[in-house]
Ligand binder design. Structure first.
Ligand SMILES: *Cc1c(COP(=O)(O)O)cnc(C)c1O
Length: 379
């Protein structure tokens, strides 16, 4: 038997109480039993997204929420700005282009963060830009972008919406939707929220609802106005993923018991220990600036292939992290500390990485990285 550990930046481990809550017998989503369940989820999501606006719940993976953020607020030919610093930034471009939007990209070298001032100068020069699309955490590079500064810039442009894909950042980073002025923020269930994949979440500002009135892109399944009208009656437009929403309530209950500030502090502490531990054995971070608290992207040493490390960890030790994507493939290994993660998840991740690297010929003294992590995690 090999005991398995899931340390990927999604899907992430699901706590036993959340799993058990989802095993409850099925109830009908139009029956009265479901109303308080969705009502509680609505309240919980507002708390988590730090917004007074309703957060819509869609039955889809995170990408569905991204698609809905394009199709409900824009028109064919609209000019938009996309921050592309990795695989998920690239996804924004692909979705926007699929629906006929004219995309201008700010390309950011992988491993770096977008400069808010660059966004500001582009918006000043081209005030006809209708939307700025970005990630909070670009999961493929492990970089956190400065959402706060960017939001404070974009909110000054009356006809420009800020759309933030916070799918891998929610729960790990303190993102204040309303205070900062984020128009649309997208979340997903299988990352920080400690659930299986299947739910996406979209929060929408008044400014964005205004844009919704004149948006004519084709949409049927992800019709956010209809979702909102239904949500006000504690219903969803189509069949609700009842079990997942019950699980969501259970997960939010855990986060509320901990308290938002403590949840963020836990992620910061785990991320810091992971980063310092790998540096202690001579490894570099792939994120050259602003490394995220969700996932740590680690550069592999010369001559050691990241995919081999990933496979070795999976097959020999039962530890599933993530390799690199696209141009980072083979160069990096990613360890998440996201959602249902605590001290000994970091220890497992770091200890197993040391073992895999040593086994593949990297000259290290076993335990050095673990010792560093232990030292930091005792605090
Ligand atoms: C995981 C992730 C997504 C969504 O992926 P799905 O597979 O559709 O859930 C989108 N953006 C980021 C930054 C992610 O990490």
């Amino acid at each position: 038997m090999t005991k398995k550990y899931l340390l990927a930046p999604g899907p992430t481990p699901v706590p036993a109480n959340v799993l058990l809550s989802m095993a409850m017998p099925m109830i009908h989503h139009r029956a009265p039993d479901f109303l308080p369940i969705l009502e509680s989820a609505r309240a919980g999501l507002k708390w988590l997204f730090q917004t007074k606006n309703d957060v819509l719940i869609l039955c889809s993976s995170g990408t569905g929420g991204m698609v809905a953020s394009v199709t409900n607020f824009f028109n064919t030919g609209d000019k938009v700005l996309v921050v592309n610093g990795g695989k998920f930034g690239e996804r924004w471009t692909k979705i926007c282009e699929t629906y006929g939007l004219k995309v201008k990209e700010i390309t950011v070298e992988w491993g770096y963060a977008v400069k808010p001032s660059d966004i500001e100068s582009i918006l000043k020069a081209e005030p006809d830009i209708k939307g700025v699309f970005m990630q909070a955490v670009e999961t493929s590079t492990g970089v956190y972008y400065d959402v706060e500064t960017i939001a404070k810039i974009v909110r000054n442009f009356e006809n420009t919406l800020l759309i933030v894909d916070a799918i891998s950042a929610l729960v790990a980073h303190d993102i204040k939707s309303d205070d900062w002025g984020i128009d649309i923020m997208v979340g997903g269930s299988q990352k920080g929220l400690m659930l299986p994949a299947g739910l996406s979440f979209v929060s929408i500002s008044d400014k964005a609802w205004k844009a919704n009135e004149s948006s004519r892109l084709p949409r049927f399944y992800f019709n956010l106005k209809k979702e909102r009208d239904n949500l006000l009656k504690n219903q969803t437009n189509f069949s609700s993923p009842v079990s997942l929403i019950i699980g969501l309530n259970e997960a939010i209950k855990m986060l509320q018991a901990e308290g938002l500030e403590n949840v963020f502090a836990r992620h910061a502490r785990l991320a810091n220990a992971t980063r310092e531990a790998v540096k202690a054995i001579g490894l570099n971070l792939f994120s050259k600036e602003s490394p995220s608290n969700s996932v740590t992207a680690i550069m592999m040493p010369e001559g050691i292939d990241g995919q081999t490390v990933y496979k070795n960890l999976r097959e020999k030790y039962g530890v599933t992290g993530a390799g690199g994507q696209d141009k980072a493939k083979g160069k990096i290994y990613r360890l998440a500390h996201l959602g249902y993660a605590d001290t000994f998840d970091v220890i497992v991740g770091i200890a197993s990485l040391e073992m895999a690297l040593k086994g593949l010929g990297y000259n290290i003294q076993l335990g050095k990285a673990v010792a560093k992590a232990q030292e930091l995690l005792m605090k």
